[in-house]
Each structure stands twice: as structure tokens, then as C-alpha cells.
Design a protein around this ligand. Structure first.
Ligand code: SF4
Length: 289
């Protein structure tokens, strides 16, 4: 019986873990011919695009952009202007999962087995979330299997000279510019760093209200009762900044009490731990890894 042909694929999210995994695979498993891909929603941060271009140059291989023909605006219209949310996460399905499935389908039809490499680390609990839905598609987590943790990932990226994607200066994750999983502090920073994108996000909220004005429904990125326009108030922004600073302070104190000094604290990367997942938790692993 002939062996099945194998296609190795690795999805880049624009985040640090998948980028480090691409580097790690190239250096540790050079015998594998890996195809890289990125699912482009059409609403990516410029920092993500910059980083992917640099990574592409470093890897010496193209990163295929999937799904750009039917972008966020197309799907928003299809979903009757309902912004995506934790309950209705059509964005991940339509702009991340379906383009990936469409991309691998011809290979599956040709009899390939697909192995998809994912940047889940040994210090993360998300293994169970990655159960493939298709026969002949399997998931491998080399970082988790080889025992690599956050510090190793940072070291890999430092070693390449790529460093971290620039958005980590102000935001905790890659993913869409308007992702509803952002915390308030990240919306504040989006407004500071990319005011035009912030205004665009506000316009999407208004568009929803205009379309739905007959029954008075409201929906906002930050939650049902909190329009982005609330961040036009300098006092509100000052409050969010102060709350955030306090959370960071408390988190640092807790670490000192536990004598955790062996792992560098990078404020935005460690935002989940700092916020203890109170706000913005359960974020999208598919988009951010
Ligand atoms: S990054 Fe956020 S908005 Fe974008 S697809 Fe993922 S969950 Fe949806």
C-alpha cells in the first residue's frame, strides 16, 4: 500500500508565537517542506503587515495570504451589520477557519494528509482546544512537545533580529484592528496610535445603529452599553489609564511576593495574567497565536 503524501502547513497570525514557531521549524526541522499562510481579514494592523513582510524575508519563503477577497466588510454585510462578538464569532469562522479549509481542500482531495503546526507553548493550557475537524488533518504543537515556554519564544525572536512585532508596545495580541476581545486600555491605545482606525471602528457601531434604528437595538465593540464614543471623554480615558496602572502595580507586587523573577514581565504580552482574564478573556487562539 502506498504511503499518503504529506503537506506541512503553518499559520502565521502576526503574533510572536507562530512567528517564533516558523523560525524554530526552519532551524530544527529543515527537512520539512512547510507552507506558511496568513488569513487576511482586510482589517489588519499595519504593524502586523510590516512584521509578516520582515518574517517572510527572514524565512526566505512566501507567506500565502488567504481570504482577502471576502474581507471584514463583505462579511459584515452578509451578517446584516451585526458586529462580531464572543457570542457570534462569525469573524473567526468566515475569515480564518473557512479560508484555511478552502485552502487545504484541494490537497485533501488529491489524497494528501495535512499536518498543521501550531505555536501553543508548554506553559499554556490550550492543547485540548485544538482538535481537528477533518480526517487527514492533524495538529502538531512542537513548542508544547519540546517543552518551550514564553522565555524561549522571546529568545528565538531576539536571536533572529526580528524581535517582537511592534504592536506589543501598546496591545497584547495580533488579530483584527477592531477585535472585540480588546480590553478598554487597548481601545484607548488604538485611539492614540491609530486614530483613523479608531474612528472607523466607531463608524461601524453607527452603521449598525443606522441599519437597526427601527427597533432601537444597540451593539458596541466594547459591549452592549459601552459605545466607543465614551472614549472621547478625557476623564474616562484617564480613569481607564489609572485602573490599568493600578492592575499592573498589583500584579508586580504579587509576583514579588511569590518571588517570580525568572520570567521577564512584558506588560502587554502579559496582559491576560495582569487582568486575570476578567476583561477580554477567552480570546481567540486561532487569531492570536
Ligand atoms: S481577531 Fe477578533 S475580530 Fe478578528 S477574527 Fe479573531 S476574534 Fe474575530
Amino acid at each position: 500500500m502506498s504511503e499518503k503524501k504529506i503537506k506541512h502547513v503553518l499559520g502565521l497570525s502576526g503574533g510572536k508565537d507562530s512567528a517564533a514557531l516558523a523560525v524554530y521549524m526552519r532551524d530544527h526541522y529543515p527537512e520539512l517542506e512547510i507552507d506558511y499562510f496568513f488569513t487576511d481579514t482586510g482589517k489588519e494592523l499595519p504593524e502586523v503587515e510590516d512584521y509578516l513582510n520582515k518574517l517572510e524575508a527572514y524565512l526566505g519563503k512566501p507567506i500565502e495570504r488567504l481570504g482577502a477577497n471576502q474581507d471584514f466588510d463583505y462579511w459584515l454585510n452578509e451578517y446584516n451589520h451585526f458586529l462580531p462578538s464572543g457570542h457570534q464569532r462569525w469573524c473567526t469562522v468566515q475569515m480564518k477557519l473557512v479560508p484555511f479549509e478552502n485552502w487545504i481542500k484541494p490537497y485533501l482531495n488529491e489524497g494528501y494528509e495535512i499536518i498543521s503546526y501550531v505555536g501553543i507553548r508548554a506553559d499554556e493550557p490550550w492543547r485540548e482546544g485544538y482538535i481537528p475537524t477533518q480526517k487527514y488533518l492533524s495538529i502538531k504543537m512542537p513548542f508544547a512537545d519540546d517543552g518551550l515556554v514564553k522565555a524561549d519564544i522571546l529568545e528565538i525572536l531576539e536571536g533572529t533580529g526580528l524581535g517582537l512585532p511592534k504592536y506589543y508596545e501598546w496591545r497584547s495580541r495580533s488579530g483584527c484592528t477592531f477585535c472585540f476581545y480588546q480590553r478598554k486600555i487597548e481601545w484607548v491605545r488604538l485611539k492614540e496610535r491609530h486614530p483613523e482606525a479608531f474612528e472607523e471602528a466607531k463608524a461601524y457601531e453607527k452603521q449598525f445603529q443606522d441599519e437597526k434604528s427601527t427597533n432601537g437595538e444597540t451593539y458596541y465593540w466594547m459591549g452592549k452599553d459601552t459605545p466607543l464614543s465614551t472614549l472621547d471623554d478625557p476623564e474616562r480615558i484617564a480613569q481607564i489609564e489609572a485602573d490599568h496602572a493600578e492592575k499592573v502595580k498589583r500584579f508586580k507586587k504579587k509576583r514579588r511576593r511569590k518571588e517570580v523573577y525568572d520570567d521577564e514581565l512584558i506588560e502587554m504580552i502579559d496582559l491576560d495574567a495582569i487582568y486575570d482574564d476578567v476583561e477580554g478573556g477567552g480570546a481567540c487562539v486561532t487569531c492570536y497565536k
